[in-house]
Design a protein around this ligand. Structure first.
Ligand code: NI
Length: 254
């Protein structure tokens, strides 16, 4: 079965038909979904969805784009959410230097606070790193006991190797199916099969041939197909491998 380790089903793009989409996933061979929050509100919404759908799990965290104007007790609120039995990670958290509105120092402060929390709670993290590779790598390595995934990894093969040797996982998404995906095959080449997880980032990052449409977990086989081709395994094998990897990363083993 398919494990979509990153999908934002609370997003307003799903308001017209959220239940219809989610209810259709098990029949489409999607057996597990992890829904990360981006701020306090969407983390709460992810948990509410996890309470409603048995195959859906949540992560709680504050994304760098949402780091402005946080209440004084924001970290306590994140920690309280991590106590929920269906919350399996702190995320998504990280650095985004593409969007300039949030000062970099504030992004780093919010990122470090959540990495420290995850390390203290012994929980995996889901890292968003957009055009901030050097700082993201340096900062996560300040927390040596910490593990997690670099979501939609866009760094170099050298950076991938640094993370992999410390036990991190790399997330692959729809953009690997785009014609201009140059780094992704090089990154996949240095990534062992047991460290690959697959994500849709729904409703965003829709793979070819549906690029431009709203994404959902049923398009995950297009990402898996591309990875299978690059790694020389069958799509069925890649499905099983990424299912096991996701369960190991987020400790969902029965
Ligand atoms: Ni995301």
């Amino acid at each position: 079965m398919l494990f979509d380790t990153h999908a934002h089903y609370y997003a307003e793009q799903f308001d017209p038909d959220r239940d219809e989409v989610l209810s259709a996933l098990p029949a489409a061979n999607v057996g597990l979904v992890l829904c990360p929050g981006c701020d306090l509100e969407s983390s709460r919404q992810s948990i509410a969805l996890a309470e409603q759908y048995p195959f859906l799990y949540a992560a709680a965290g504050v994304h760098p784009e949402d780091a402005l104007g946080l209440p004084d007790d924001w970290l306590e609120q994140v920690e309280a959410m991590t106590r929920h039995p269906k919350v399996k990670a702190v995320g998504e958290i990280g650095l985004d230097y593409y969007w300039q509105e949030v000062p970099r120092d504030l992004q780093k402060e919010v990122f470090r606070a959540q990495l420290a929390l995850a390390q203290r709670l012994d929980m995996p993290v889901i890292v968003h790193d957009r055009e901030a590779h050097g700082d993201s790598l340096r900062i996560v390595l300040e927390y040596p006991a910490l593990r997690g995934v670099f979501h939609c990894f866009s760094g170099s093969p050298e950076m991938a190797a640094e993370l992999l040797k410390r036990g991190w996982y790399l997330g692959f998404d729809g953009p690997i199916t785009y014609k201009n995906a140059k780094r992704a095959p090089e990154v996949a080449a240095v990534t062992p099969l047991d460290r690959i997880v697959v994500e849709t980032d729904s409703p965003y990052l829709t793979p070819v041939p549906f690029r431009g449409k709203r994404n959902d977990s049923r398009y995950l086989p297009y990402v898996i197909g591309k990875l299978a081709e690059w790694k020389g395994v069958t799509p069925e094998e890649m499905t099983d491998i990424t299912w096991e990897n996701g369960k190991r990363l987020f400790r969902l083993e029965e």
